[in-house]
Design a protein around this ligand. Structure first.
Ligand code: ADP
Ligand code: ZN
Ligand code: ZN
Length: 680
């Protein structure tokens, strides 16, 4: 006599296998158990799942048998399975794909003996959380914590940069652990590597044993170790990037999402989930409080406060005597053409250097120049594989495609006409650094030595340890001016920076992406947040913006650090145009060797959508090429869906899924659905 068990296995993205699969087992197996099962000619790792409410077909007479069970591992909880089930359904992926991707890769390879040893080690490493140096709370912090203790949430902690949001997270976590020593907390951060300070503060407060990291920069053995200590209940706090939202936490008691507006919470491949949104779902189904924190909340979260779905907790002031920097907007229409640093900005940077203070200059483009061009013919440094220019990197004299990676030495002469006059057009951080060095060649530090400029971007931090080293140089005062991409604006607690400058932020004002102004505003507010964090310097701290559009409402709101005014203006526009958060979107994306094939698939998909459930409330737009149409010789196109009703859009997508799977378009490489896309 054997039992029937239902198992989800790593199915390919758009397989038409109905999930879960059925197998026979000698012993009953509880849902959530990890098993090895045969699939085709292979044996794969799977998770025992709940029996479907309505079995789709009677199981075949001769069921394949479960090959092995990872016993010793407590089963994955019903809550965890519910989260995976929801994510798979909502984001239109298979259960097996989402479930297996949420588990550490090494777990799938262990045998029971190895596993038992790991579990033992995790139990031995478990430590009671330490209690460390704590500051007295500000009145705003106390009020926020009281509200979190008294109400259900979800909460939006709307706190200025430097208002002490992290301290609120730490205390909320302390309260949880004081109430229940077995409880677990989940802290999500956008990019752990960029802001090691947050992790350091949790470790300092709770001890290294209590806090475990979970992010994609870890090796497989490290990930397994963290995962096991979370799953077995020995880790008190899991601190990780978006993938950590799927961590198995049997005693979850609190979820914190820091910088909730950050686009990196949205996964951009495979299951395109939003970890922020899944955190809200997880909190609701597990009855756990969720705190989203930001100085510039996403308009989705802001509007959820307006509608009373989230509770807004405000902390408008910086801790202590710290003040937000004064914003200086320079009208570049009054400067000679081609001016990089306007004279007043340059003078302000020089004044900082003379006083021994630091400046931060950012430009959202790395490399030396975005294009190299011939002076006598129409040659440009186009990538032969993408519809994009290759970027000129002067440091190693290469032309590099930032889309496909194709790299070549810079040609000595124009490849087309032989002219030797080939020149860079526009500028990136490398060139900014070079030009700033020229402009400051004669400036001296207080001790009479030359000015030191450092650059921080994806290129300068590629080598392991380089980022930490560069941050240490800034913190120790070795650097006078830090030049970089938006990487320098994120979350760092710089103490001696008193000037931040955005030299050329205008392009986002005219982007075709309706979220570009929202992103720019948050970037500028975050950048401003790096200046004047130390009360000793706060009075003289400044944020400089050079723009050709000084009267743009975005800059008017920025001058007053007025996020609510900016958000209200944006939401008015979005409401009029029926855009998110007042409408819900999804994209169908297709990739093929030719644009015709990609669009033909999308058109066929649109044609086949007539009459589907929910379709009456869904607008299906025409297929269009993507903004960067060709990458690595693959043509890309997309089709936008829009609806005023989330349930209608969801019903439509579910009904559409099998239709899409059945479409056969010759030459199509792949397709994918992106629900709640961040870039349209
Ligand atoms: P945010 O995350 O809101 O940008 P932080 O949590 O980094 O702000 O706090 C800014 C600075 O203020 C940090 O150096 C932090 O240690 C300090 N700080 C936070 N709360 C307090 C407090 N209650 N008393 C004194 N200093 C505090
Ligand atoms: Zn030429
Ligand atoms: Zn390319």
């Amino acid at each position: 006599m054997s039992e029937i068990v239902h198992v989800v296995v790593p199915t390919p993205a758009h397989s038409s296998l109905s999930e879960p699969l059925t197998y026979a087992s000698e012993l009953p197996l509880s849902p959530g158990s990890l098993v090895r099962v045969p699939l085709g000619k292979r044996e794969v790792c799977g998770v025992v799942w709940d029996a479907p409410a309505e079995p789709s077909a009677p199981p075949p007479a001769q069921l394949k048998r479960v090959g092995g069970v990872l016993d010793g591992l407590p089963p994955l909880s019903a809550h965890w399975r519910q989260l995976v089930g929801f994510a798979a359904g909502y984001y239109q992926r298979s259960l097996g794909e989402v479930a297996l991707a949420a588990l550490p890769p090494q777990l799938r390879e262990l045998d029971a003996g190895q596993l038992a040893r790991r579990l033992k080690r995790a139990a031995a490493a478990a430590g009671a959380p330490a209690q460390a140096t704590r500051p007295d709370l500000t009145a705003d912090q106390q009020r926020a914590l009281d509200a979190i203790a008294a109400q259900d949430g979800p909460f939006l902690l709307f706190g200025a940069t430097g208002s002490g949001k992290t301290e609120v997270y730490l205390r909320a976590m302390e309260t949880l652990l004081a109430r229940d020593a077995q409880a677990q907390g989940l802290v999500l951060v956008p990019e752990i590597n960029l802001t090691p300070q947050l992790q350091a503060r949790f470790v300092e407060r709770f001890g290294a044993d209590a806090v475990v990291p979970l992010h994609s920069g870890m090796t497989n053995p490290q990930r397994l170790r963290s995962w096991i200590s979370a799953h077995s209940g020995t880790a008190r706090i899991v601190l990780g990037t978006r993938m950590a939202v799927f961590a198995s936490l049997p005693r979850l008691g609190l979820v914190i999402v820091d910088e909730e507006h950050d686009p990196s919470y949205k996964q951009q491949e495979g299951a395109r989930y939003s970890a922020r949104d899944l955190a809200i779902y997880r909190g609701r189904t597990e009855g756990v409080k969720v705190v989203l924190g930001s100085a510039t909340p996403s308009l989705e979260s802001w509007q959820a406060c307006d509608r009373g779905r989230y509770r807004c907790l405000e902390m408008p002031d910086r801790v202590g005597a710290g003040a937000l920097p004064a914003v200086r907007v320079v009208n570049m229409n009054h400067q000679p053409r081609g001016t990089l640093f306007s004279p007043p900005l340059l003078a302000a940077i020089q004044a900082r250097i003379a006083r021994g203070e630091q400046s931060l200059v950012f430009l959202n483009r790395r490399g030396y120049a975005p294009v190299l061009a011939c002076g006598s013919c129409d040659w440009r440094s186009e990538c032969s594989h993408c519809s994009a220019f290759r970027v000129f990197h002067k440091i190693d004299r290469t032309l590099r495609c930032h889309h496909c990676g194709y790299t070549e030495r810079v040609p000595r002469a124009c490849p087309k006409c032989g002219n030797v006059d080939v020149a860079p057009l526009g500028r990136g951080t490398e060139r900014l650094e070079e030009q700033l060095a020229e402009l400051l060649a004669d400036a001296r530090r207080q001790d009479g030595t030359p000015v030191r400029i450092a650059r921080m971007d994806a290129d300068s931090t590629r080598l392991k340890g380089a980022l930490e080293q560069q941050l240490a140089q800034v913190h120790s005062g070795e650097v006078d001016v830090l030049v970089g991409t938006q990487m320098v604006t994120k979350g760092h607690d710089f103490r001696s920076i008193t000037l931040v400058a955005a030299v050329n932020p205008d392009s986002a004002l005219f982007s075709s992406d309706f979220r570009a102004p929202e992103r720019l505003f948050s970037l500028l507010m975050q950048a401003a947040g790096r200046a004047g964090r130390d009360a000793a310097h706060a009075a003289a701290s400044e944020m400089w913006v050079q723009t050709f559009n000084p009267d743009h409402p975005l800059f008017v709101a920025l001058k007053k650090h007025d996020f609510p005014a900016f958000a209200a203006q944006q939401l008015r526009e979005r409401r009029q145009a029926a855009m998110p958060p007042f409408a819900f979107q999804a994209l169908l994306r297709a990739e093929a060797r030719t644009q015709e094939v990609a669009q033909a698939f999308l058109q066929a998909a649109a044609d086949a959508s007539a009459g589907l459930e929910g379709g009456g409330h869904v607008v299906v737009y025409a297929p269009v090429p993507m903004a960067v149409q060709r990458v690595a010789n693959v043509e890309r196109a997309q089709l936008l869906l829009e609806s005023g009703s989330r349930p209608a859009l969801q019903a439509f997508l579910s009904a559409w899924q099998p239709v899409l799977q059945d479409l056969r378009t010759k030459g199509l490489i792949r397709w994918a659905v992106d629900v709640d896309p961040l870039a349209v």
